[in-house]
Design a protein around this ligand. Sequence first.
Ligand code: ADP
Length: 477
Amino acid sequence: MPATRLTKGLRFRIALVMTVMLAALLGVLNFYPAQAVRRLIINSKEADLLERARTLATELEGFATLNQENINVSMQVLDLGEDQRILVTDNFGSVIYDNAKASTLAGRYTLLPEIVSALSGNDVFHCRYGEEAFVSSAAVPVMNGRATLGSVYIYDYDTAQADFLRSTQRNIFQISMLLAVIGFVILVAFMVYFGKRTTMLIDGIRDMSAGNYDSRIQISGQDELAEVAYEFNLLADRLQKTEEVRREFVSNASHELKTPLASIKLLSDSILQTEGISKESVAEFLQDINEEIDRLTRITERLLQLTKLDHVPPSAAEDCDLNTLVEKIGELLRENAFQAQVTLEDQVPQGLKVHFDKDGLYQVVFNLMENAIKYNRPGGKVTIQAQKQENGELVHLQIQDTGIGMAPEELPHIFERFYRVDKARSRERGGTGLGLAIVSDWLQVLGGKIQVESVLGQGTTFTVTLPAARPPEEDSL
Ligand code: ADP
């Protein structure tokens, strides 16, 4: 399964990055502090050894020549201690004094590089950190005026500081190991936790793509994954709703199409199976078949309109003159009104314009006026009025009839697809149950509103609210 591999890949990639970062951190932790302590020790050694050597050299500079006696005197005065080896040489590098009791170098020449350098007038210091000790040496010249009398050389072998450095390194290493273990535990916990949550997410999505629209993901917390799950659940809600609407629509549509088809089948069978059927009866049956075909055509046309509505471009609005439109539709419905013995009264003021999609507006007004005639009573009236709202931004268009009206509990449903208050009556009057659904879809897509008030047996008023057309430019500066 590719999705699982993906999560694993992501999880392991995060783990790899975290491991590399942890290793780098531990590496830095092990390297830098030890390095700093080492430099500190070496610096303090340099300061200490050179200071001692210079003190002795300064003491000796008072003598005209260097010999065992005056050096011994100076050594006593200075009391330099015994833990370091101290050599004093003459200006040829011959050792005059050596504080080591055993294997003394006194009386011998020494070619130690530090002493050679000190005899040429330089202060010298060297330090080396070996396995067990800091081995340091310092040498300074002993001057008398401009002449070099000799040199002082101090050698130090310090195991205590080396021990200290080693134990510091050991401590840091132990702390690093502890941190590594803690880091590893956190890493494993993270991988398990992250893995569990992503698996929940993937399972939910997989469930949904398999067609289980009830599937919801329960991920607690407030992190990004919880947010993804929340958004997914919202999406699932919407999908579920859309799916339900789609199913209902398909089943309603097929039902609606089946009824006229069944009638046509029945009528044509009657023609075919009735022996010696008269010409008049055939004409009658054909008339009925024709009506059913008209009905089928109406339904399919309206279904097509509904599907087209999903693709209405948002910028199709233009200024439309309401009075012209109502007059035109009135003309088209004149025959219907005449048949139903209903009077049409157009009270829309001249020149009142709305800003709306022309086709959409036509559909809205046509369907409402057609219904107002269709669900009226002989001798009834349909009044069409329109007025601008006070602030001039909206126009209210009212289509009022004195017809059969509707009960209050019907009103919330009349905009649903295929909903009819009185199925038989609607059918008898050529209704499809799609007219108001089309009206409401147009208004929803293009930003209008519709309200309905109705009293059973007295009549119905539909009020459509539309954006008014902008006044001409002369109003602006
Ligand atoms: P139909 O094609 O059946 O007219 P509509 O969607 O246009 O479908 O209307 C839905 C139902 O609402 C109708 O079947 C009818 O019962 C009711 N209806 C619509 N307009 C009116 C009206 N002006 N007066 C009374 N009932 C109406």
